[in-house]
Structure formats: C-alpha cells, structure tokens
Design a protein around this ligand. Sequence first.
Ligand SMILES: CC(C)(COP(=O)(O)OP(=O)(O)OC[C@H]1O[C@@H](n2cnc3c(N)ncnc32)[C@H](O)[C@@H]1OP(=O)(O)O)[C@@H](O)C(=O)NCCC(=O)NCCS
Length: 150
Amino acid sequence: MKLSIRPATTADLPAMMALEKHAATAAHWSAEQYEALFRASDPARVALIMQEVASFQGFVIARVVGEEWEIENIAIAGPARRRGLGARLLGELLDLARAQGATAILLEVRESNHAARALYEKWAFLESGRRPRYYEDPHEDAILYRLGFV
Ligand SMILES: CC(C)(COP(=O)(O)OP(=O)(O)OC[C@H]1O[C@@H](n2cnc3c(N)ncnc32)[C@H](O)[C@@H]1OP(=O)(O)O)[C@@H](O)C(=O)NCCC(=O)NCCS
C-alpha cells in the first residue's frame, strides 16, 4: 500500500480528533487546541499526517520553540500499529526538524507508555529527566526525552 506523509490541513481535524479519541495514551486536546494549530501563533507548530491511499493512519504534532522542537503528540490508528508507521512518521518529523535547523527535539511521555518510549528510544532519544506526578487521571510521572542533532 502506498503511504504518504504531508502537512495537516484544517480538513484533517475531524479525523485527527477521532483518531486521538481512540488512542487512550495519546495527549488529549480540545477542539480549540486543534483549531489553534492553523492560526498564526507563537510558537509555531508543525503537524504531519500519515495516509495510506485515502485512509488516515496517524499524525504527529510538534511545537517549534526556536531551535528546539517539542513533540506534543503522536498517534497511529489502532489497527495500523506495529507495522512501522509510527517509526516512519517520527523519522519524517526528525528529518524536517533537522532540515529547518533544529538543534534538538524534546518530549515528555507517561512513564507507563512503553510502546511510545520504545519508539522514541528506537530513534535514539535519551532520557533527560523526570517530572514527578506530572500527569493526572491517573497521576503518573512524566519521563523527559531529548534527541540532540549537534
Ligand atoms: C506509540 C505509537 C505512536 C507507536 O506507533 P506504531 O506505528 O505502532 O510503532 P511502530 O510499529 O513504528 O514501532 C516502532 C518501534 O516502537 C516500539 N513499539 C511500538 N509499539 C510497541 C508496543 N506496543 N510495545 C513495545 N514496543 C513497541 C518498538 O520498538 C517498535 O520497533 P519494532 O517493531 O522494530 O520492535 C502507537 O502505539 C500509538 O499511537 N499509541 C497511542 C498514542 C500514544 O501513546 N502516543 C504517545 C504519546 S507521548
């Protein structure tokens, strides 16, 4: 099947929100937060969509804070997981960040989110800290990861 990765548009918002709703461990955003992706904002954000023919398979959102980018969310549709799509989508974002002069990519993830942590570690992100009880419902520590380009 032919996979494509492209920048998200406002037309993708319903599919992004539906996918996120079914991804329990994804970051959960309000409709307003998604809509803000397409408003001129500071800091800027980058959102990429992964599609297989006409079918929406996942997305990643990153915030651009000067030379450091922060991954705010990544989700692959349930039935499409464990096929390498998340790794490919993350790889595309890293290429884009590097091409745009980023020096590092940061993120935080629930300690118990082993799938996401393994994905980040596969791309050589290193643990850089911990925020105790950062998440709610349920309370859990955040593990911070960083990937430096220089
Ligand atoms: C995290 C997520 C994006 C991974 O996407 P994916 O397409 O399934 O990942 P891939 O198939 O590309 O896997 C890449 C690597 O990640 C790791 N991985 C992915 N899913 C895993 C799982 N369930 N258990 C353990 N490791 C896993 C593996 O190291 C895997 O490499 P391998 O297949 O060679 O072993 C997906 O599980 C998801 O959408 N989860 C819900 C949303 C979420 O939690 N997002 C993170 C918020 S911070």
